[in-house]
Design a protein around this ligand. Structure first.
Ligand code: SF4
Length: 651
């Protein structure tokens, strides 16, 4: 019997209309755990590196994680993996909600799509019965609306539906996949889904997931729940409000937006409005948020409630979480922040990423002001800030006029437009738009995470180590007192010694070696979460989370029956991290690509930055160009990867 996982994948060939239930190899679970790890293995084995993202040979994999659907709180992530049309590298984006647990209960760990359908279809997975159904009547329907239409059509109110909107159908590079209470937004995976002709995937499952040692596992889960309760009652002091609790930032709960509106950049990630926030705006914003927010909601089996149901009068209801409530408003330079809630409703139905899309639009208007795009490109566009954003969003999603070029994101659009437009696509890493944040002094830890991260977005890489030093020794001692999550006591000393100014401050402190250690810890937790299917909001992302390197091995052992300890889990992380790197190296990723935007920090230190990269690569067992060495690959049971890279002349 297989425990925690079902031991079966669903393979769907859209070209042939063929559906197969395929048993998986338990050895792969031992090596890669599941989720991201086994997705990466599949991409390596089955998709040649020359494959174009929209080719029918590209795979689109929807995976639960190893613990997905078990009683482990927050084990609800769907890890969607493919080659990204935007970065051309491996794209893996996560969604919470209910979809992955439902897939497990239907009896599958993953759904793997290959080929392409000639007409728009949706897939209905109802336990053992799986069908590819015509979706021509859903063409152009909203991503949120589609979910309800399918549930009604199937007469199955409990089906979990992941769907794309018009943006995905039109292969817009910022297209997302939306489902009830979450979305997989980054890296254009919705465009790949649209390219394959899949409008939606509906799942209903009523089977059980087996656990190896259920009583022990439940006890460990109860400990996690107890810790969540403790943390909810004892927020971390002396850090920003949104960092005090668990979950992805509690944006839908908090209304104090002084920090975001005054420290994040407006427009095309260029302008800070330092005195924007005042009492009047605060009052109005609080009223707006509390009026449109009908209730706070959680994903499957989680008490944290990061998201909210949003009902703007006159518009259909949708779900929102995190900072996207402000991204459109700030990009459009409006003073009336409630615009964010209004445009996000349309954007959710279109199915677009709330971080990249506003930046693409602000970039377009900056090009217009610079005379690089012309009045003719914007013929019919209203002149007010709100109106022109709505207008351009419609054009991008429909790929009409200038919208057809902008639909490819700032990097590719700038190349296509030419005439100096590339200077304006200034906020990318690996061709992908980053958070609109510009800072003063280089932070060595963040430099490394930004430069080398393959999940691309910083919020998905950072985590358990504080973002900045505490001001006083008393605060530092208070912080480390109950810091049970640290993998090694040395991290406590770094926090104690880290000063806001002077010799022991950024950029030279944490030192190069310390920075590498910290980044490795952050990465480790993210890679483990993404293989287990546990929400980062309960593990790798917040300070002092309930899951950590000390209790994860026990949970994995009790759930799966595998004999897992910290060393074994660390080895699985290293294997997965290195395999993801190898997949991308085979697609051309090298050191030269690993750099944050030039203007991300005002004060840059080129020599130090090179040293940081050197040390990071060395620590990972990669060569100076960021390519894993033969020895490292062999040591991680990835000898076949070494052989392939050798044959290609990469190592
Ligand atoms: S912490 Fe938030 S985002 Fe994560 S599972 Fe819970 S409700 Fe969902």
């Amino acid at each position: 019997m297989r425990y925690a996982e079902t031991g079966y994948n669903l393979e769907i060939d859209l070209t042939k209309g063929n559906i197969e239930r395929v048993e998986t190899d338990p050895k792969l679970t031992e090596l890669h755990l599941g989720g991201l790890g086994t997705n990466a293995k599949m991409l390596w084995d089955r998709v040649p590196p020359e494959t174009e993202p929209f080719s029918s040979d590209n795979l689109l994999i929807f995976s639960s994680g190893l613990l997905g659907g078990t009683p482990a709180p927050g084990a609800n992530r769907t890890i969607v993996t493919t080659y990204s049309p935007q970065t051309l590298l491996m794209g893996y984006s996560m969604m919470g909600g209910f979809w992955a647990p439902e897939l497990k209960y239907a009896g599958y760990d993953k759904v793997i799509f290959r080929g392409k359908s000639s007409n728009l279809v949706y897939v209905w997975i109802n336990n053992d019965k799986v069908e590819i159904r015509d979706a021509s009547h859903l063409h152009g329907k909203g991503a949120v609306e589609t979910q309800e239409l399918i549930r009604r059509e199937l007469k199955e109110p409990n089906a979990q539906v992941a769907a794309i909107g018009l943006a995905g159908e039109n292969r817009v590079y910022t297209a997302s996949i939306e489902q009830g209470r979450s979305s997989a937004s980054r890296l254009g995976i919705g465009a790949v889904m649209g390219g394959k002709g899949i409008k939606a995937i509906a799942v209903r499952g009523t089977k059980d997931v087996n656990l190896a040692r259920p009583a022990e596992f439940m006890e460990l889960c109860n400990d996690v729940l107890k810790y969540i309760k403790f943390r909810n009652e004892n927020p971390v002091p002396n850090v920003m409000t949104i960092l005090q609790g668990l979950g992805s930032p509690q944006e839908m709960l908090h209304t104090d937006e002084k920090w975001h509106t005054e420290n994040f950049m407006w427009g095309n990630a260029r302008t800070r409005r330092k005195d924007f926030w005042n009492k009047e705006i605060e009052k109005k914003w609080k009223e707006t948020q509390e009026t449109v927010r009908t209730r706070l909601i959680s994903c499957y089996n989680c008490p944290i409630k990061c998201g909210a149901i949003i009902s703007v009068p006159g518009l259909s209801t949708y779900m929102m979480k995190c900072f996207s409530k402000l991204t459109y408003a700030m990009a459009a330079f409006v003073d009336d922040l409630d615009f964010g809630f209004r445009i996000a409703q349309r954007a959710s139905e279109y199915g677009v990423d709330g971080f990249s899309t506003p930046q693409v639009m602000a970039f377009a208007f900056e090009l217009k002001e610079a005379g690089i795009l012309t009045e003719a490109d914007f013929a019919g566009c209203p002149s007010d800030n709100e109106g022109r954003f709505f207008w351009l969003l419609d054009r991008i999603v429909r790929r009409e006029g200038i919208g057809d070029i902008l639909a490819n994101g700032t990097y590719w659009a700038a190349k296509q437009i030419g005439k100096g437009a590339e200077e304006y696509a200034h906020n990318n890493i690996k061709k992908h738009e980053q958070l609109p944040l510009k800072l003063g002094m280089l932070n060595p830890v963040y430099f490394l995470m930004y430069a080398t991260g393959e999940k691309i977005n910083i919020t998905q890489i950072e985590g358990q180590f504080p973002q900045s030093p505490f001001m006083t020794m008393e605060e530092r001692e208070g912080f480390i007192k109950d810091w049970i999550q640290v993998p090694d006591e040395k991290f406590k000393q770094i926090v104690l010694d880290w000063e806001p100014r002077g010799e022991r401050s950024n950029p030279y402190y944490p030192t190069v070696d310390m920075s590498v250690d910290i980044v490795d810890w952050q990465e480790k937790m993210h890679y483990i979460d993404d293989a287990l299917g546990v929400c980062a909001g309960l593990s790798s992302f917040p300070l002092k989370p309930p899951y950590h390197i000390h209790n994860y091995p026990k949970l994995i052992s009790a759930a799966t029956g595998m004999d897992m300890d910290e060393a074994g889990l660390t080895q699985a992380y290293k294997r997965n991290r290195t395999l993801v790197r190898a997949v991308n190296v085979r697609r051309g990723l090298r050191r030269v690509d690993e750099k944050p935007p030039e203007d991300h920090w005002k004060k840059r230190f080129p020599e130090l930055e090179e040293k940081l990269l050197d040390a990071y690569y060395k620590f990972k067992g990669w060569n100076n160009d960021g390519v894993p060495t033969k020895e490292t690959l062999k040591e991680l049971d990835l000898g076949y990867v070494a052989e392939d890279l050798e044959q290609r002349g990469i190592i």
